[in-house]
Design a protein around this ligand. Structure first.
Ligand code: G4P
Length: 191
């Protein structure tokens, strides 16, 4: 998505070879027109795929996921990150380790918001090694639904997540795929 790539080049700040700072347009200050265009692009790609529900993980995935849900006129479910396990039969949880942030949390889904048989699209801001998306896949499968697609705003293609998620059978679509980066340069994959 050319508009997004231009924004990454003009406003993204590589902190090192692994982490791209995007707090001026995605996860602190939000460029809402860009988010709308992102939602429309995901909606266009997944329009004919029979999706019935959008999910994301709090918090930075919410803006692009909300715009996608609006464009597709589908319900949006935000998976929560809890610090500990909750014992309740309507709650599904799985532990996710964040490589980038060096933390772990309990990814949490209330069963009533994911009825059996739903065909689900996950929208998230970043894809690194794919741990969060694997956790989402686990919970949705436990709920008796199907994670059909995974739409990613910025993929760090050198961290292996894309291949891992495709191997789970998901239709992965990333709007900007970064091949490599350093403090002075960002290089995208050829599309
Ligand atoms: P993975 O799920 O693909 O394995 O990714 P990882 O655990 O490494 O990433 C965990 C968190 O770090 C996510 O945020 C993700 O958005 C963020 N992240 C990953 N790579 C980058 C990056 O290059 N730049 C920035 N700015 N963030 C990155 P989170 O913990 O879910 O928190 P939130 O920001 O959504 O609240």
């Amino acid at each position: 998505m050319e508009l997004l790539k231009q924004k990454i080049l003009s406003a993204g700040r590589p902190k090192n070879n692994n982490v791209l700072l995007v707090d001026s347009f995605i996860n602190h200050q939000v460029d809402i027109e860009l988010m709308q265009a992102i939602g429309q692009e995901f909606a266009h790609y997944y329009a004919e795929k029979g999706i019935t529900r959008i999910v994301t993980v709090e918090s930075s995935g919410i803006a692009p996921a909300a715009m996608t849900a609006l464009a597709l006129k589908l319900p949006l479910v935000i998976l929560k990150k809890q610090s500990s396990r909750i014992l309740d039969e309507d709650i599904l949880q799985t532990t996710v380790h964040s490589f980038t942030k060096g933390t772990k949390y309990e990814l949490t889904l209330k069963h009533e918001f994911m009825p059996k048989g739903e065909r689900v699209l996950l929208i998230d801001d970043f894809l690194a090694s794919g741990d969060a998306a694997v956790g989402v896949h686990t919970l949705i499968t436990q709920a008796g639904a199907q994670l059909y697609g995974i739409g990613i705003v910025i993929e760090k293609a050198f961290q292996g997540g894309h291949e891992r998620l495709q191997a789970m059978g998901c239709d992965v679509y990333s709007l900007a795929r970064i091949r490599s980066m350093n403090e002075n340069q960002i290089e995208f994959m050829d599309e």
